[in-house]
Design a protein around this ligand. Structure first.
Ligand SMILES: [Zn+2]
Length: 336
């Protein structure tokens, strides 16, 4: 079978014509398989959704009870028949519940990795390499310039700043799903045991992570109105980046604006966003991790979904691995 007969790109996303399903469709479809809960991959309004239990829970938290008509939870490794196509979900190491999806028929196996990373992250199951004929990879940080540092060293920069500026409230921007909880967990693992304050937009997802056994230590709401702003002197406050443009952020004591993102590698991005303390913490592979993963899996062919496709396609070709960009649109890396 030609791989394209099993899976090919369409304007709505990757489509399996035999199984009559889409993977991470960007518009409402009858049957969707979802890799993870970031809003660019998991959208509401599909007929039937097949995803991990945690991704389904996260979609319900974000979109409400009626986020789809019907749902089915996939266990990691479980083989599920969808209209004659065998599919299975495998950990992607990106955020809680995130999965790669293996799609098989007549001896051909395609793995859609969704978003993934290889670095240590105690807030989700680690990436598992799955042997396959076609490996479909993202390339968010698919340029040789991207090397993500040790995230604990980045948290060390935050601690140094708190020591240097004990009067200032340290506002850490982090995306609501995955990054916020990972940053809080990292801060704990680096020995910080004071309460950490969070913006209201993070509350439900933090509660969900805790319910799934991820210990975040003492979390308190960062509600200025009800308490003395003095209470936030030297405190660590985590909020979604969008909240930093609001009046909310200006209520704190000389806020030190920090932002945890892989994009903080790019000095210009930090500057434009008014970020004083950039923390390079990413939930995506950097360039060496992308190459290591492809070397480890040794697929017959690589397809690249989104990000900086050209450099990775070129590198694959130089290794003798046929590769092509899929030019999928609609994936804006909510959780970089
Ligand atoms: Zn993502």
């Amino acid at each position: 079978m030609r791989p394209e007969a099993l899976l090919h790109p369409t304007p709505a996303g990757l489509f399996c014509p035999i199984g009559r399903f889409y993977v991470d469709p960007v518009r409402p479809v009858e049957r969707a398989l979802i890799t993870h809960g970031h809003s660019d991959h998991a959208r509401s309004g599909h007929g039937h959704v097949l995803a991990t239990r945690q991704t389904l829970d996260i979609m319900r938290i974000r979109y409400g009870e009626d986020f789809c008509n019907s749902e089915q939870a996939a266990e990691f490794g479980e083989k599920i028949d969808v209209n004659g196509v065998r599919v299975s979900f495998h950990p992607a190491g990106h955020v809680l519940g995130s999965a790669q999806i293996a799609i098989e028929r007549d001896g051909l196996r395609i793995v859609v990795s969704g978003d993934y990373k290889r670095g240590v992250d105690p807030t989700c199951a680690p990436f598992v390499p799955v042997a396959c004929d076609i490996f479909i990879t993202e390339a968010t940080f698919g340029l040789p310039v991207f090397h993500h540092p040790d995230p604990k060293e980045e948290v060390g920069k935050l601690f140094t700043s708190i020591e240097q500026f004990p009067e200032r409230s340290h506002l850490v921007g982090a995306y609501a799903l995955g990054k916020a909880q990972r940053v809080i967990r990292l801060i704990r693992d680096c020995g910080y045991d004071k309460p950490i304050f969070i913006h209201g937009a993070l509350a439900k997802l933090c509660d969900y992570y805790v319910s799934q056994g991820i210990d975040l230590g003492e979390i308190r709401p960062a509600t200025v109105e009800k308490s003395n702003p003095e209470a936030f002197k030297g405190a660590v406050i985590v909020g979604p980046p969008s909240a930093f443009q609001e009046r909310w952020a200006r209520r704190f004591n000389e806020p030190m604006i920090c932002f945890a993102s892989g994009w903080m590698m790019v000095r210009q991005r930090a500057k434009q966003g008014g970020v004083e303390l950039p923390l390079v913490i990413s939930d995506h592979c950097d360039w060496p991790e992308l190459l290591d993963t492809i070397n480890e899996i040794k697929p017959a062919e690589v397809w690249v979904t989104h990000g900086r496709e050209e450099a990775l396609v070129r590198w694959c070709e130089l290794q003798g691995i046929p590769a092509r960009p899929l030019h999928l649109v609609g994936y804006e890396d909510e959780g970089d």
